[in-house]
Design a protein around this ligand. Structure first.
Ligand code: BES
Ligand code: MN
Ligand code: MN
Length: 456
């Protein structure tokens, strides 16, 4: 019988082929055309568990199905719930991909495909590590439950209901998610904080149809002019969000935490070079890492109005709309911000314009405790898998289910990210380093051992 490490080495190529198989399924949850592909990816994941002899169900929801699986029961051992998602973001703009998004391709040690890092590749590490235990030791040292959903990229709309309906089945001692990033190549990390989000669309309507901007301009309120003015009022010159009460509940960054962030090997010049920008801006009085990880922000995500075609067209558009979102930090209440924003925009909306404000997904930010024995166990497992002890970081992305788990199950999450910041999550040429894939599997295999030894 090979050891776990030997098995992982023997199976490396097979694991990569299996990941490619999953990546070839275009499970884009946002697009109704891909409904069947999303289900197919869910069924693929379910089959992985079946092949291990786990109980595995593809559970229907009002949206895309949820995969729930369980390893054979080990009495007296701790129970870990692994969460991940098998859905992916849309692949556009397609012409910016070097190789097609759903034809996984290896270049320079990286596997390129939509979903490679977010989250198919990272999620699969926790299945392959269980496989290594089963195939070499005959069983796992603890109880594993898996909840792999197909709606994460569209706001996990039906997951809260599933969790509320299945609290007993989901009961566990600790939760593990790999859907974040390392601090840098060669420097693994455990993420202890994520931002929340409050996402909106505002639609302004002016005259009943597009008008000649010479004949009518200056006399009729232009919805595009109104929109940019309203949006510009959201953030001031100091980078502070102007929604009344926005900072009331913000949990401040402590001096100790600021010190800890400042001690991480990070510099603005390298960061700027990496992104191709010549300057960085943000909230006054905070460093780049503080802004990215611990301060709330506002970004316009899409703007639509008027003539977008070739050349010039002198038009006063009848409509203008924008999608924009706030990233929130712990203690900020999304509902309070939604209400304050609505009031603010209503007051800013000029005469002659009708406004519609749609509130999309909202979730609070989270920080998880650093002093748990599970955190220490995860740290040891990562050191063994990656050859380097992890640093503790926060990130600016959102995984709303972390808060739901805390509220509904009373259990904290370990955010063990195997990705890199330049893996192009949600962007063209998304990738996952194959070395990180295999190190992630190895760290996960050690994680089961380390967590199994934590005294309840
Ligand atoms: N994997 C990301 C979350 C993430 C991104 C964590 C970057 C840490 C760093 C996840 O799939 C995601 O994209 N989440 C959305 C949430 C939204 C749809 C509610 C996000 O952050 O935009
Ligand atoms: Mn993700
Ligand atoms: Mn994502």
């Amino acid at each position: 019988m090979p050891t776990i490490d030997e098995y992982l080495a023997q199976q490396a190529a097979t694991f990569e082929e299996e990941l490619c198989e999953l990546l070839r399924i275009p499970s884009v949850s946002a697009m109704s055309d891909h409904r069947d592909d999303v289900r197919k990816a869910g069924a693929w994941v379910q089959n992985q568990f079946r092949k291990l002899g786990f109980e595995a169900e593809l559970v229907e929801t009002a949206g895309h199905p949820v995969v729930f699986a369980q390893s054979p029961h080990v009495p007296g051992a701790p129970t870990v719930l692994v969460y991940g998602h098998y859905d992916v973001q849309p692949a556009d703009p397609l012409n910016e991909w070097t190789s097609p998004p759903f034809e996984p391709t290896v270049r320079g040690g990286n596997l390129y495909a939509r979903g490679a890092t977010d989250d198919k590749g990272q999620m699969l590490t926790h299945i392959k590590s269980a496989e290594a235990w089963i195939k070499t030791q005959g069983s796992l040292p603890l109880n594993l439950k898996y909840l792999i959903e197909g709606e994460e990229e569209v706001g996990s709309e039906h997951l809260d209901q599933f969790i509320a309906d299945n609290k007993k089945r989901l009961a566990c001692d600790v939760i593990v998610i790999s859907d974040t990033s390392q601090f840098a190549p060669g420097q693994p990390a455990i993420t202890y904080g994520l931002k929340g989000i409050a996402y909106f669309e505002v639609r302004l309507t002016g005259p009943s149809q597009d008008l000649h901007s010479g004949t009518f301009g200056g006399a009729v309120t232009n919805p595009a002019n109104a929109l940019v003015k309203m949006l510009a009022a959201l953030v001031n010159e100091q980078g502070q969000v102007q929604v009344p009460g926005f900072y009331d509940d913000v949990l401040p960054v402590t001096d100790a935490e600021r010190k800890q962030m400042a001690a991480l090997p990070f510099n603005d010049a390298d960061f700027m070079r990496q992104l191709g920008v010549e300057a960085l801006t943000g909230e006054e009085g905070y460093t780049t890492l503080e802004r990215r990880w611990a301060r709330p922000t506002c970004d316009i995500n899409g703007l639509t109005s008027g003539y977008q075609g070739e050349g010039a067209k002198t038009v006063l558009p009848a409509r203008a709309s924008a999608k924009f979102s706030f990233r929130l930090v712990p203690k900020q209440a999304p509902a309070k911000i939604q209400a304050a924003l609505r009031k603010m925009l209503e007051a800013l909306c000029p005469p002659g314009i009708k406004m519609e404000l749609i509130a999309f997904h909202a979730a609070p930010g989270v920080v998880v405790p650093l002093d748990s024995p599970y955190m220490a166990a995860a740290s040891r497992a990562i050191e063994k898998g990656f050859g380097n002890a992890p640093v503790f970081i926060r990130e600016g992305g959102s995984i709303p289910v972390v808060t739901t788990f805390h509220e509904q199950l009373g259990v904290d999450t370990l955010l063990l990210g195997w990705g890199q910041n330049d893996d192009n999550m949600h962007s063209p040429n998304e990738k996952f380093s194959l070395a990180d894939f295999h190190r992630g599997i190895k760290a996960s295999a050690y994680l089961w051992k380390e967590l199994s030894q934590v005294k309840k």
